[in-house]
Write a protein that binds this ligand. Structure first.
Ligand code: DNO
Length: 345
């Protein structure tokens, strides 16, 4: 297991210098945020990012994410050009020494929450999801934005895109995903980059849009679409774990050779399709983090792992879910479990 931490680049108030001081922290997970979705990441830009990370004494470990253009997900427009660009980016990343790339295939919206700073009993603030609130949200009114969403859409652009999805079924999305994998994984195999799809968060349809990377059965189907170790997973415990039918521990034992990147965080299911993000420690959420880490240990996991969303504690402000303190506590907790597993095997 290689412990890593997500860093959002120069504008991130959580600097590389601070990240380096977290005990046991080795690698950085980052991306080039200023290149528009679908365009090629040049070797030079990638090397700039890598040099910056290395100058701080860390290693650039995983790219999260190289985003997938909506034309690829809807299967029209310029998808072939965007797939070609994606492959060029992968070749450039490989030349720069990157061997793991995370991405997702969620239509329009990445992760979604109803409140970004809900006050928990202990006075900390967390991201929560309340089904009723989300059902009342209207992505077209323009007054709605979440940190995981692409803010570059105009209101009209968003409207047109949502309309386009009206005719796209889950099966269409599967076909478009296969079309993408058939072209991209071939290149990933060639340049030895392990592709790691991130599950849908939350793992159910929102705003009437199809979502497919949501449960074990669908993940099995995904892995078979292109049967190669390079077609793998980012196993995000918090994304899949908000559905009580998803058994994360079982998934880790089931797909040992295909999990390349682990996101470890806890969530507390508060009823139905409602949840709160909680501290990493098992007692605060619905997931048993020790059992999860034991499953990684038992299966000989050698991939990358990062603590995931943290609460805002000790008065910290910043990017929701991505402050320093609670994520650092998560990393140290996970490292503690891992060291125990190593020394008592
Ligand atoms: C949220 C993240 C996601 C993830 C993408 C991967 O905090 O886990 O935004 O980076 O879905 O493409």
């Amino acid at each position: 297991m290689k412990m890593t931490f997500r860093w959002y680049g120069k504008d991130d108030p959580v600097t590389l210098e601070k990240i380096r001081q977290i005990p046991g922290m080795k690698g950085i997970v980052s991306a080039i945020y200023y290149i528009p979705v679908g365009e090629v990441w040049s070797y030079e830009r990638i090397m700039e990012l890598k040099a910056e990370v290395e100058a701080a004494g860390l290693e650039l470990s995983v790219i999260e994410s190289v985003p997938v253009h909506e034309d690829i997900k809807t299967g029209d427009g310029d998808r072939d050009r965007y797939i070609e660009n994606y492959c060029t980016t992968l070749r450039n990343l490989a030349k720069a020494g990157i061997d793991c790339v995370c991405y997702n295939f969620m239509p329009v919206f990445d992760w979604t929450r109803s409140d970004l700073a809900y006050e928990l009993k202990d006075g900390s603030n967390a991201l929560i999801y309340n089904e009723e609130t989300v059902l009342d949200m209207n992505p077209l009114t323009g007054d709605l934005s979440l940190p995981g969403w692409d803010a570059s859409y105009t209101k009209d652009g968003m409207k047109a895109l949502l309309e386009k999805y009206q005719s796209i079924t889950e099966e269409d999305l599967w076909n478009n995903l296969k079309y993408f994998l058939d072209r991209v994984i071939k290149v990933a195999e060639e340049v030895k980059i392990k592709m790691a799809i991130h599950p849908d968060d939350p793992p159910w349809s929102i705003f009437g849009l199809p979502r497919i990377i949501t449960n074990k059965k669908n993940i099995e189907r995904f892995l078979k679409l292109y049967d190669s170790k390079y077609n793998g997973l980012t196993l995000c415990s918090g994304s899949l774990g908000v559905s009580p039918d998803n058994d994360i521990v079982d998934m880790i034992y089931s797909f040992p050779d295909r999990i390349h990147f682990a996101h470890v965080r806890n969530v507390k299911i508060t009823g139905g399709k409602c949840f709160e993000e909680s501290a990493h420690k098992s007692e605060y959420g619905s997931l048993d983090i020790v059992k999860i880490m034991k499953a990684y240990h038992d299966t000989g996991f050698t991939g990358y792992l990062r603590p995931d969303h943290g609460r805002m504690i000790w008065g910290e402000t910043g990017r929701p879910g991505y402050g320093l303190y609670d994520r650092a506590l998560g990393a140290v907790y996970i490292n503690g479990i891992w060291e125990t597993l190593e020394k008592t095997k």
